[in-house]
Design a protein around this ligand. Structure first.
Ligand SMILES: [Zn+2]
Length: 257
């Protein structure tokens, strides 16, 4: 691997020079990225080393039990809207919050294994908790200069036969990310939404605080229609949740590569 050989050569040169003229230069440690090590052999730098991804698992499970807190108006990007909503559910009562948590924690794990720093906007799925509000979810990662935000949702449409995923962006720059994520979901076998205008699986919206307040490229994925029996079967199964997480991780890697 030429890159690895070059790094090793540079490190050797640095230590030779260091022994001749003084202490080893500090950069020798700083330039070498963390690397994947298997059975003692360094294979390659991890693909997302140095990258910071915010994963937003949407609504907290307990939001419906805290109506006053959820109704509080917060900054949403030039206007104000409610702190949060309770999200949707399957006809059998499997909550969107639980679906998005299960996909998000799997996605975070995959991204961390690939070397990324990951910030989750909530750290569990509990009927006894609410929030965070959309303004907090929108601003998470701004101060740290995060590279990308992925907000995970499931939709709830009662339109006959409505099924499939769509990816929402708040501006043209993020729409390019949305197209990459759409490609990764399609490559994993997921179908574009049948019920979203345009039929291309993409949507541009300026009413979502999570996207409006993000100072990095940000997309909100509606991974399926929880009110559709076929989508619900996939969205509530651990195998389906793993497929969604794998596809999203692939989309993130494609964009950040
Ligand atoms: Zn939602």
């Amino acid at each position: 691997m030429p890159l690895l050989l070059a790094l090793c050569a540079a490190a050797s040169l640095g230590s030779v020079l260091g022994s001749a003229v003084g202490p080893s230069p500090a950069w020798a440690d700083e330039v070498a990225p963390p690397q994947e090590v298997v059975a003692g052999h360094v294979l390659r730098p991890l693909p997302l080393t140095g990258r910071h991804v915010v994963v937003d698992p949407g609504h907290q499970l307990g939001n419906a039990r805290f109506p006053a807190e959820a109704a509080r108006l917060v900054e949403a990007g030039g206007f104000r809207k409610a702190c949060n909503t309770s999200g949707t559910a399957t006809d059998a009562g499997y909550a969107e919050a639980t679906f998005t948590w299960e996909v998000s924690r799997r996605l975070a794990e995959r991204l961390r294994r690939a070397g990324a720093t990951v910030t989750l906007t909530r750290d569990g799925d509990s009927p006894d908790r609410w929030g965070p509000c959309v303004d907090e979810r929108g601003t998470t990662g701004n101060a740290e200069g995060a590279d990308l935000k992925v907000s995970v949702h499931g939709d709830g449409s009662y339109a006959a036969g409505a099924h499939g995923f769509h990816v929402i962006a708040g501006d043209e720059a993020s729409l390019r990310v949305a197209a990459v994520v759409r490609g990764a979901l399609e490559d994993a076998g997921f179908a574009r939404a049948t019920y979203v205008a345009g039929g291309d699986g993409l949507d541009l919206r300026t009413d979502l605080a999570t996207l409006n307040l993000s100072q990095m490229p940000a997309v909100l994925v509606e991974l399926g229609n929880m009110r559709d029996a076929g989508d619900a079967a996939v969205m509530t199964s651990p195998a389906g949740q793993e497929r969604f997480a794998s596809a999203l991780a692939s989309g993130v890697r494609r964009w950040l590569r």
